[in-house]
Design a protein around this ligand. Structure first.
Ligand SMILES: NC(=O)c1ccc[n+]([C@@H]2O[C@H](COP(=O)([O-])OP(=O)(O)OC[C@H]3O[C@@H](n4cnc5c(N)ncnc54)[C@H](OP(=O)(O)O)[C@@H]3O)[C@@H](O)[C@H]2O)c1
Length: 338
């Protein structure tokens, strides 16, 4: 492990019951079990975010059996900051637990200026992963992703590079994010020819964005590839947070780069309110129901949440207490989403 700052190991000890507090699912046809809730560091781990809050979130997650933390080269802001924050916390708290963790990172979106700091070339992916490993102080990540399909780079180049990264020992497994079903099938075939498995796909999936249901989930099942679905709460919209107005500390108001306030319309809030009533009748928060609803399909290996505070993470983990839906509930939900 290549950690280069001088911060000492803390006296943190992970909760001894952590593996009884979480449920796990096998990732496709692989040897790896992933927690049914995983934690992403896209927001809330930048340089301007509270370090102690970030650390409490990660500790709370691990204490509840969340073994999988998802990063990307450009999470921050600024780009790279989330990996740096994670690297510090890893060094202080999680070093003794490295072999209990599945850590992922990605490259594919803009990272540095010029033609070699974006998209899907071999040059970019290899250089970016080396930088990510430096920032996190790691010798290898557990999963490395092509973060998006680059239509101008031959798929053989992008996917062949993933295979080479595994051969170099810099990633144990590889994945792709947001690739459509056809490109996923091609990527899996390229990897198979080379002798590497397409381990996981990371698509966007929520009650409000159901594109994966068309062809992708079937393709993943065929390939024996797992799935980790991101933005399951539509960045916070699929919770009760915006039903009483726009809180100052919410993502829509505090950040607004990706979640625009004006996208949360009265029509959206009517649906959220109707869904909230069903959640209440199930004894769940809306966030919990939105997660349970995704996990009812066992082709979904894990739901990748983001949180701005530990209470949200605990709420989200509580979704695992009620994963069953009656036909009547499913019908009511379909009627609202229609
Ligand atoms: N592959 C890709 O292209 C891609 C793209 C985007 C994301 N991702 C991954 O997916 C992860 C999750 O994405 P996301 O952050 O958009 O997920 P999300 O879970 O849909 O939204 C997270 C936000 O929802 C709010 N929230 C979460 N739990 C809540 C609860 N129980 N009650 C009320 N509000 C709650 C918080 O917002 P507030 O800040 O308002 O409190 C939180 O920051 C990212 O960290 C990243 O790892 C991948």
């Amino acid at each position: 492990m290549r950690i280069n700052d001088t911060t000492a190991l803390s006296n943190y000890e992970a909760h001894e019951d952590r593996y009884h507090r979480m449920k796990y699912r096998r990732c496709g046809r692989s040897g790896i079990l992933l927690p049914m809730i995983s934690l992403g560091l896209w927001h809330n781990f930048g340089h301007d975010d509270s370090f102690s809050n970030a650390r409490n979130i990660l500790r709370t997650g691990f204490d509840h059996g969340i073994t999988h933390f998802d990063l990307a080269n450009n999470y921050g802001p600024p780009y790279g900051a989330a990996e740096e924050t994670f690297g510090r916390i890893l060094k202080q708290d999680f070093l003794p637990y490295r072999d209990e963790l599945i850590i992922s990172t990605k490259a594919g979106w803009d990272m540095w200026p010029g033609p070699y700091g974006n998209l899907g070339s071999r040059k970019y992916l290899i250089a970016s992963l080396d930088q990510s490993l430096d920032r996190m102080g790691l010798d290898y990540v557990d999963i490395f992703y092509s973060h998006r399909r680059d239509p101008d780079t031959p798929l053989e180049e992008t996917i062949g590079t993933l295979h080479d990264i595994v051969r170099q020992g810099k990633a144990l497994y590889v994945g792709i994010s947001q690739y459509n079903a056809e490109d996923t099938a091609r990527a899996a075939a390229i990897l198979e020819d080379l002798g590497t498995k397409l381990f996981i796909h990371q698509p966007r999936y929520s009650m409000f964005d159901r594109w994966v249901e068309d062809k992708l989930l079937d393709e993943l099942e065929r390939q024996g590839t797992g799935s980790i679905v991101f933005s399951p709460l539509e960045q916070g919209v699929l919770t009760n947070k915006y039903l009483g107005g726009f809180p100052e500390d919410s993502r829509a108001i505090r950040d607004g780069r990706y979640l625009k306030e004006d996208s949360i319309t009265a029509e959206v809030l009517d649906k959220v309110s109707a869904l909230n009533d069903i959640a209440k009748s199930r004894g769940q928060s809306l966030a919990q129901m939105a997660i349970s609803w995704l996990l009812k399909d066992d082709r979904v290996t894990t739901v990748l949440v983001g949180v701005s505070r530990t209470s949200q993470l605990l709420d989200n983990i509580g979704s695992l207490d009620n994963l069953d839906f009656s036909d009547g509930e499913l019908k009511k939900i379909e009627d609202i989403l229609a």
